[in-house]
Design a protein. Sequence first.
Length: 565
Amino acid sequence: MGDATRPTNFIQNIIDEDRRTGKHGGRVHTRFPPEPNGYLHIGHAKSICLNFGIAAANGGLCNLRFDDTNPSKEDVEYVESIQEDVRWLGFDWGDRLFYASDYFERLYECAEELIRKGKAYVCDLSPQEIREYRGTLTRPGKDSPYRNRSVEENLDLFRRMRAGEFPDGSRVLRARIDMASPNLNMRDPVLYRILRATHHRTGDAWCIYPMYDYAHPISDALEGITHSICTLEFEDHRPLYDWTLENLDFEDRPQQIEFARLELTHTVMSKRLLRQLVEEKLVQGWDDPRMPTISGLRRRGYTPEAIRDFCDRIGVAKANSVVDIALLEHCIREDLNRRAPRVMAVLRPLRVVLENYPPDRVEWLEAENNPENPAQGTRKVPFSRELYIERDDFAENPPAKFFRLAPGREVRLKHAYIIKCERVVKDDATGEVLAVHCTYDPESRSGGATAGRKVKGTLHWVSAGHALPATVRLYDHLFVEAAGGQEEDWLARLNPRSLEELKGCMLEPAAAAAQPGDRFQFLRQGYFFADPVDSQPGAPVFNRIVALRDSWAKVSKAEGAPGGA
């Protein structure tokens, strides 16, 4: 369950004052109301943590309610994925799972009530004409020629709309408010439209569907919501929220409160754009580990604890801002640092032959599983005559300040011995280095006569005869520029190197027991996750969650921010 400690933010301050004055009888009841038209992303995680967290911190309740008022874009797949995501993040709605479609009959009755009060009318203008009549920010709108229809005519037409007598788009029901309002949302907004589409819950029972701005406040009121928390783009919609509830005479009305949505660098936070990536097969699905979707982050190997920590660190603000994705990466590093066991993995293998090591000898050397958490104990790592090291850890003609292996140079192998490069074996045709022949210092391991001898480089390695072949996927940011979310030419900024798949990687035997969903730190490489979909027994596939370098921690330390907050 999410952290129920008392938050400190402007929303909590509002709730504190409401409870002090006895508003809503001291109750706190929130809701998370996603549209089932796509998978949730990290921005929704912020809203989930906020709504469920505020309720828990104040001894209240939080509902999960699907805003399923647009059947043309909705699917049961999205409904199921959203429930899975909310549960995975650590939250539970108990028996409070609702749908806007639960209230379709009540919403229809409320619409007739508004018509009888002279507050709504049936309009025959086309969608284009409605836009033209609406006016602009500097020019007031003008009344629809159908605005002054009688109550009787409006009721008759609205009932015939429900009965399916009119084609799609031919008529709408509009609120009768003020076409000269400075707020465009109050210029007789549409409440109902004709739409023949099979609904995932109600089938073909309805051919008219309510608009979100109409259905949402009524759904909140029917469920007894006290604080309707939403993102900042709905601030200008709040007068319509209040108008709807006031004109329907709801008592103990919920209060809409807006907070800044999450924008994250190097990605997009629009379900429409994410859907385009999926539909155009620019990614491998909603759960592609490059996607900012919760399912994508889960598939990549992120933990719910890290995401909740990230949402807590970014806080709740009234003004929009952009968060550096480096903070999200910092949170997963902090979470895995103490719990992820270490193993050695060579991603681009280069064979090393120890010429003075006995051909049939195998030593099982002791290595700590996690130096940050001694309780994880130790493991045995095999050492033999033939090893693999990273190809990048060898240079035949090393540049300045290259402290890894090169002809005539020594390095230490992690947990093992010092070795020295004696000669290089190359492909005669291509000049490619095929193997490096070395000698080892048998006294250089712990307890030996030369164990304290210093060399500048330490390399990870894997015994060739014991190595476990694996596929490793290296993920980078989805967009090459930080401002990936800007919609102009956004596809041109996709990172063509956001995925590199390496086959033939070699892992130490300790990784052979990895189950799909296990996480490790590959020494010097980063944190990795055994893919739960593609891994097979004896043929694991590992996703790199994040590299080891933590730019956010360095920035935070330089700026004096504790823990990157």
